[in-house]
Design a protein around this ligand. Structure first.
Ligand SMILES: [Fe+2]
Length: 155
């Protein structure tokens, strides 16, 4: 519930910003958006791991590895946030986005195959197909945001 309400608050805030035409400070936004989405990704990995049947050992292990990986990335993002403005240089932020992208791509692929396995009733879990689709689409959205930030750093 906490996870879902944070996503709703994020969406409402985004609509408000769009309505007001408020330009966000790019460098600060890069770190803050990544903190938000890395936490969401870490939580997805955790609840996927919990909702899979324990007999799906390989998938549970993979979900646990993603959980650890995204916790580490989240801590790194929080480190950068606490080190602003010195951490807001283009080379540091480029490297930060590249590193995050690698992990999000592999989590997105994991979610995509889990989503298909769930839809085809090939694995045992308590994951609703709509939830599997939701977490997949959120990873896709995070990748779009990373690409958008990377493109604006090049300008
Ligand atoms: Fe979510």
């Amino acid at each position: 519930m906490d996870h879902t309400s944070r996503e709703a608050a994020y969406f409402a805030k985004r609509l408000k910003e769009l309505n007001e035409g408020k330009p966000k400070l790019l460098l600060e936004a890069i770190i803050k958006e990544n903190v938000f989405f890395l936490k969401v990704m870490a939580e997805h990995a955790k609840f996927i791991g919990h909702l899979l049947d324990p007999s799906e050992r390989k998938l549970v292990d993979q979900a646990r590895d993603f959980s650890h990986d995204f916790d580490q990335l989240l801590f790194q993002a929080m480190d950068l946030d606490s080190m602003r403005p010195q951490s807001e240089t283009t080379p540091i932020l480029n490297q930060f986005l590249d590193r995050n992208r690698v992990s999000v791509v592999s989590l997105r692929n994991f979610k995509k195959s889990a989503k298909e396995l769930i839809k085809d009733c090939k694995i045992k879990s308590n994951i609703h197909p709509l939830l599997a689709d939701h977490v997949f689409r959120e990873a896709e959205r995070f990748l779009q945001i990373i690409d958008m930030f990377e493109a604006s750093l090049k300008k």
